[in-house]
Design a protein around this ligand. Structure first.
Ligand code: ASP
Length: 366
């Protein structure tokens, strides 16, 4: 796809964290991350013609599966420091393994208060395969990060010429190039002839304080409820966890036999009720049987609303790290889950969310 030049003077920082996009064959044992961020950027055809100035940070060189909360928190801190020290930076790109993008991007979204976009990308096919998608995805991500109309939307995920909100995007296929989807709400935009075109905008941001380095990590489990579930996993959890997300059936249902276990857990730790279906919201007031959403929410479980179980776990982990109490968690899930007024978000909200072009650079907005 042709890229029309037109961003001279814009500046983007690319952080490399590894992933398939940076993998080459390490002997006969399959591919592993070896390429530097500078090598990745150098492999992108057409980048020079855009006029965008690109600087690189080699941050990690890992498969997506081995990234941690600490890695992403340190990344958020580094983005904050670099962009506030140098207000001439227009946007940030993060290159990483696609396996964990739906989680890391949402964590970055929660920890990034500035107006400039943080755009996460990767590749489904390593560089040596025919049809490798890394260079196209990286070029698209840089174009989105440099564009003056993509700000105030927090963290974005760009692959296969689609622009997704971090809070909505899911990896939906093991190997397809167009694996990233936003089943609730759709993409925020598309790349058309190499240029970002936004067709939707988020109405509000949900940003938490960045945790202090060395904050003790909470232990937050995600348990998927299954047909005939006898509660084996839930039975062994008390005493081991700081928080739990339950990926329940449909609009938020579990077998009646699990209700006493969840009731006990919810008295001790925050237990979040999400849906395992992959799209749509948990309900609040429809069903009345034992194990229904009404029953569970009445026992103190917190609704995840539209957040899928993986995102709900990221939010709960971040709230626990911030030392939030139960009312604060409930308020945060109400807003992030899309079922209460955004004005009830417990922390100051960054910036405006209108469609005006932002001023150049990463202006700190709270
Ligand atoms: N398949 C993954 C990727 O797309 C591997 C990883 O996440 O590191 O990058």
């Amino acid at each position: 796809m042709a890229v029309s030049p037109g961003m001279p003077g814009r500046r983007v920082i690319v952080y490399g964290l590894g992933g398939t996009i940076a993998m080459t064959a390490a002997g006969s044992d399959g591919v592993a991350p070896t390429l530097s961020t500078a090598q990745l950027v150098a492999s992108v055809p057409g980048l020079a013609a855009t006029g965008i100035g690109v600087e690189v940070e080699d941050f990690r060189r890992l498969p997506g599966a081995s990234l941690t909360f600490d890695d992403i928190t340190a990344l958020a801190q580094s983005v904050h420091e670099l962009t506030t020290a140098d207000p001439g930076i227009d946007g940030v790109v993060v290159v990483q393994g696609t396996d964990t993008i739906e989680e890391t991007a949402y964590l970055l979204d929660l920890l990034h208060p500035e107006a400039c976009p943080v755009v996460v990308t990767g590749a489904m096919r390593p560089p040596q395969l025919a049809g490798a998608d890394g260079p196209a995805n990286l070029l698209a991500a840089i174009a989105v990060a440099a564009n003056p109309h993509t700000g105030d939307q927090g963290c974005l995920v760009v692959l296969a010429d689609e622009i997704h909100a971090a809070r909505r995007v899911r990896k939906t296929h093991t190997s397809a190039g167009a694996t990233f989807r936003s089943p609730t709400g759709g993409p925020l935009g598309y790349l058309v002839e190499g240029q970002p075109r936004m067709v939707n905008r988020l109405t509000h941001r949900t940003v938490l304080p960045r945790p202090a380095a060395g904050s003790p990590p909470p232990r937050v489990a995600l348990v998927t409820i299954v047909l005939g579930d006898d509660g084996l996993l839930l039975e062994h959890l008390p005493g081991h966890l700081d928080g739990l997300v339950v990926a329940a059936f449909g609009v938020g249902h579990v077998p009646a036999a699990l209700v006493p276990l969840l009731d006990t857990l919810a008295r001790r730790i925050p237990v979040v009720l999400a849906s395992r279906t992959g799209a749509g919201s948990v309900a609040a007031a429809t069903y009345g049987f034992p194990g229904s959403e009404r029953d569970l929410l009445g026992r103190g479980l917190i609704s995840a609303g539209f957040l899928d179980p993986l995102k709900a776990r990221i939010l709960l982990h971040t709230l626990l790290t911030a030392g939030s109490d139960r009312p604060t968690m409930t308020a945060a899930f109400g807003v992030a889950g899309g079922y209460t007024d955004p004005a009830r978000w417990p922390w100051p909200r960054p910036g405006r969310t209108d469609s005006q072009p932002r001023s150049p650079g990463c202006v700190a907005t709270n």
